[in-house]
Every structure is written in C-alpha cells, then in structure tokens.
Design a protein around this ligand. Structure first.
Ligand code: KG4
Ligand code: ZN
Length: 353
C-alpha cells in the first residue's frame, strides 16, 4: 500500500513515497536561501519557487522509490504511478499561494492516474512525525494513546490532547507569534540571519550563565494553556534599544536569555498541561525541536513527572516534509477519509478537529 504525498504549505517543496509508517523515498527542496534576505517567508517568491520545483520534486520522489530513472519522464512517470495506490496533500494551515501549488499538482495526478486523494492537516503531520520510520521500519515505536502532542515550529505553537488516531483536542495555542517565529525575529534584531533558531542555539551553547538578562516569561501566571510571544519580542526590542553598550558585546548572553524565556515558557505550560490532564506521555514535533537543548529540557520534565517523550527520530522530520504527511494520510485512509470532490480548496487557517 503506497502513498505519494505532497507538502507545500510554507517554504519547503516536498514529496515522499510512504508505505504505512515507512518512508521509501523523500525529497525536500528548501527555499531558505531565497527567503534569507527578507528574514522570513516572502509569499510571492515562495509561490513561484514552488511552481518551478514541484514537478521535479514529485518526479524525483517517485523515480527514487521505483529506482527508475525518468529518462522519458512521461512514460516513466506513468509506469511508476501504477505502483502508487493513493495520493496525499497538505490542505492547510499554511500560506494560501503555497498550498495551492501542492493541491493543484496532487489533483492533476489524481485525475490523470485515477487515484483517490487524501487531504491532510499540516499539524497532523507534525504530530505523527515522531512515529515516522525509515524504509527498514525503524524505529519501532508503538502508539500508547493518549498523548500530549506539542507542535513547536515557525508557524505554530500548540498543545494538543491526542486521544487516538486522528482524534485531537486543542488545549492551548499561541495568540500571536509562534515560538520559532519569536526566535527568528529576535535573531533578526540581533542581525544574526535566518532562520534564527539554529543560530541562537549555537550562540546560547557557548555561554555559562544562560539566563543572564532574565527576560519575561509571557502568560505563565495564568492557568490557561495559551501562549503569547509578541510581548516578549517587544520587551527584547526595547531592551536592545536602551542598552548602553553595543549588543554585539553580549550577543551570546542576549541569544541565550531570549531562548531561555521562550523555552521556559514552553516547559511551564507543558507541565501545567500534564497536571491538568494527568497525561505524562509527550510527543513533540516541529522545526524548533531540532534544538538539542530543548530536547534535554523536555527529557528532564518527563523524568520529573515519571513520563516519556518522543521526538522525530531523524532531523529532516523536525522541519516541513512530505513523509509525515504521507504517514498521517495512511491513518486517514484506514478510516476511509478521502477527498470527495477534487475541486476542494486550500484552507490557510485549517484547525485540528
Ligand atoms: O517546522 P518548520 O520547519 O516550519 C514551520 O512549519 O514553521 O519550523 C521552522 C522553525 C523556524 O522558526 C526555525 O528558526 C526553527 O524552526 N528552528 C529551530 C532550530 N532549527 C529550526 N529553532 C531552535 N533551534 C533549532 N535548532
Ligand atoms: Zn510545519
């Protein structure tokens, strides 16, 4: 049972061939270099780059899996597509003009090769990412529902009660900036480049006093599981403006203290969610969980609470990719959850339900 999955919700053009939880082929074309100078995703550039790359990425994903070189692209594609059972695509949330490119391609293939199509919520993909396996079926993690599922990325910060396959309840999310977005914006203010998360991680690892400046931890006094990172960003900005010496002299301490404020907020809210629900098993997905220090903080937290935590087993599964979309799609297929009308639309603010 093979699924060809396509993901274009933000700045990665991605396609993968998956079989249940196994990834047989995975192609990601990142647009990071394109967006670097803007310090964030520039929509019209993203759309054009997706359009330019989507055919190549899909071709490559199916050719890689089938080990057939696309010498005569049309003929090879038709032969390879015969082996594919279903198509899957990210419907949202994400950038409208970017989502449209992936949907258009998947609909075109569904029509041409008469395949059923599965629409996947991008967040669902991140939630399933710790369970994605390599082509050999590793790691062999079992599902032990219920989980607290966290998605921590450039676009999202969500705590979700994951009750069972495809059964979610959002417990808390950000009211404004996402955690990764906050890191990216702080890095930009420090002149560090994009994406900021990995640069901040490196600088923070070089300092002893990790919380030198102790910036505010937003919304930790409330008992709600909501996040808000835009106030933290503003106070960081004013702090930089009012510094008597050049921020460059304290670049490591500033990076680390900002990271501490974001991460401690994430950890405090997660602990609150554990207390509220009594669930001490966590799964964490999204670009920010590439951060080793944040992984350690989560490990410490679950140890304290006699729980466990699962992260994406391979780095490429932290950021956006189509493999996690294909794996989530498998569980939707099991429930007969297919797109009924191929004229369906992207949903930029699609919510988990
Ligand atoms: O999941 P992702 O690739 O895209 C979205 O769906 O948003 O996440 C990208 C985010 C960016 O904000 C980036 O700075 C952050 O993940 N990120 C990191 C690290 N690697 C990527 N943040 C902290 N530490 C890292 N090592
Ligand atoms: Zn994402």
């Amino acid at each position: 049972m093979l699924i060809l999955a396509i993901e274009t919700s933000a700045d990665e053009t991605a396609a993968a061939v998956t079989s249940e939880r196994k990834v047989l082929s995975n192609i990601i074309y990142s647009q990071i270099l394109l967006h670097k100078k803007w310090g964030g995703i520039f929509p019209s550039l993203a759309k054009r780059a997706h359009e330019e790359r989507i055919d190549w990425v899909v071709e490559k994903a199916i050719a890689n899996f089938a080990k057939v070189e696309p010498i005569h692209p049309e003929g090879a594609q038709a032969r390879n597509m015969q082996k594919i059972d279903y198509l899957a695509v990210t419907q949202g949330p994400g950038l409208a003009v970017a989502l449209e490119v992936g949907i258009k391609k998947s609909v075109e293939l569904a029509r041409r090769y008469d395949k059923k199509l599965i629409a996947v919520n991008h967040l669902e993909g991140h939630i399933y990412s710790p369970f994605v396996q390599n082509s050999q079926g590793n790691p062999r993690r079992e599902f032990k529902f219920p989980y607290l599922a966290l998605v921590i990325s450039g676009g999202h910060t969500e705590i979700v009660l994951w009750k069972g396959h495809l059964r979610y309840q959002i417990l808390g999310e950000t009211r404004d900036d996402a955690a990764g977005e906050a890191l990216d914006k702080a890095a930009k203010m420090l002149g560090l480049g994009y994406p900021g998360g990995p640069i901040i991680e490196r600088l923070a690892s070089e300092v002893n006093n990790k919380d030198f400046f102790h910036f505010p931890r937003p919304m930790i006094k409330t008992k709600s599981l909501e996040f808000s990172f835009s106030g933290l960003k503003t106070s960081f900005y004013y702090y930089l403006c009012n510094m008597k010496t050049s921020p460059v002299k304290k670049i490591r301490e500033l990076s680390s203290s900002f990271q501490e404020a974001v991460f401690e907020t994430l950890l405090l809210k997660t602990e609150l969610a554990i207390k509220k629900t009594g669930i001490n098993r966590l799964v964490v997905g999204g670009g920010v969980i590439a951060n080793f220090y944040l992984r350690k903080l989560f490990r410490d937290l679950v140890r304290k609470n006699d729980g466990e935590v699962l992260f994406p087993p391979y780095k490429y599964l932290t950021g956006d990719n189509a493999a996690m979309i294909g794996v989530a799609a498998f569980y939707k297929k099991e429930k007969g959850n297919f797109v009924k009308d191929l004229n369906f639309d992207r949903v930029p603010r699609l919510r988990l339900s």
